[in-house]
Design a protein around this ligand. Structure first.
Ligand code: DCS
Length: 284
């Protein structure tokens, strides 16, 4: 496997990272996960724009242009021969002896990236999954795609120990999002999801799905709903780069709707699949 670190392409076993990297000490950095379908990066502009936006929010300068990082991602796909999978890219505030304040004098941010082959979770996408509610104990800047993920890690683990692949997070009973996904409920044909704010990550898949709702003339209300209201939804699903549109069939062991993938959820999945770069594109 070929990785990218700090301006170079390197074999994984030759890759060296400083113990003084602030990502290691503080989780002081930002990241993105970008999906590759049929050799093509999906919604890449949006992901790189968010990467630069997250960096700006933590007052960090990325020492590459957006286009340079897009070229890095494309090169990783090519040299590693990834046709379906994803790119992981992170940027830390660099390497410097441990002090909480920013390095002074400043050091260059460190960009690391790799590409992996990964299957679409088609079985779960058909059958749906169960989720577990977990208190959202994260900080108040969840709009930043920060490397500091302890709140998400603990929530995901709690869900996993209950046999669920994802946690539905709530603050005092109000649903925010998942530990690494955005949450949606459907009631009487209307899609509900938490509005964009400091309490959620503005998911790129969330955006794609809201656009699809518009195309399909499915009404959307971007308003927070409670966990009690979530149990009463007719359908439920979550979105992310890797999970796409994932039906939720139960919350805390209680079936949602008829306990199966919902009709509108399926419609959104089909519309999403139609957007994915196709292997036949350009060939006929
Ligand atoms: N909310 C949180 C907290 C996330 O970490 C993510 C993405 C999302 C929502 C969904 O955003 P996207 O639709 O832009 O992916 N989490 C990434 C991750 O850590 N692994 O895969 C996706």
């Amino acid at each position: 496997m070929i990785y990218f670190i700090d301006g170079h392409f390197t074999r994984r076993d030759e890759l060296r990272i400083s113990i003084d990297d602030r990502g290691y000490y503080f989780g002081d950095g930002v990241y993105e996960v970008i999906k590759v379908y049929n050799d093509e990066l999906f919604t890449l502009k949006e992901h790189f724009q968010r990467l630069f936006a997250s960096a700006a929010k933590i007052k960090m300068t990325i020492p590459f242009s957006e286009q340079q990082l897009i070229d890095v991602a494309k090169e990783l796909i090519k040299v590693n021969k990834i046709s379906n999978g994803h790119i992981y890219m992170q940027v830390t505030r660099g390497s410097s002896p441990r002090t909480h304040h920013f390095p002074d004098p400043a050091v260059s941010a460190v960009v690391t990236a790799y590409a992996v082959e990964a299957e679409r979770p088609v079985e779960d996408m058909e059958n749906g999954v169960a989720v577990k509610s977990v208190d959202d104990i994260r900080w108040l800047r969840c709009d930043i795609k920060s490397l500091n993920l302890l709140g998400s890690v603990l929530a995901k683990q709690e869900a996993r120990e209950a046999g669920c692949p994802e946690a539905i997070l709530h603050r005092d009973g109000v649903v925010t999002e998942g530990s690494s996904t955005n949450m949606f409920g459907i009631k009487d044909g209307v899609v509900y999801t938490h509005p964009v704010s400091n309490l959620i990550l503005e998911g790129i898949t969330r955006h794609v799905v809201l656009d699809l709702c518009k195309d399909l003339e499915i009404p959307v209300v971007e308003e927070a709903f409670t966990l009690d209201e979530a149990f009463e939804m007719d359908e439920f699903f979550y979105t992310s780069t890797t999970a796409e549109v994932m039906p939720v069939t139960a919350i805390d062991g209680i079936a949602i709707g008829n306990g199966k993938r919902g009709r509108l959820t399926k419609k959104l999945q089909d519309a999403f699949s139609a957007k994915i770069p196709s292997p036949l594109k350009g060939s006929i």
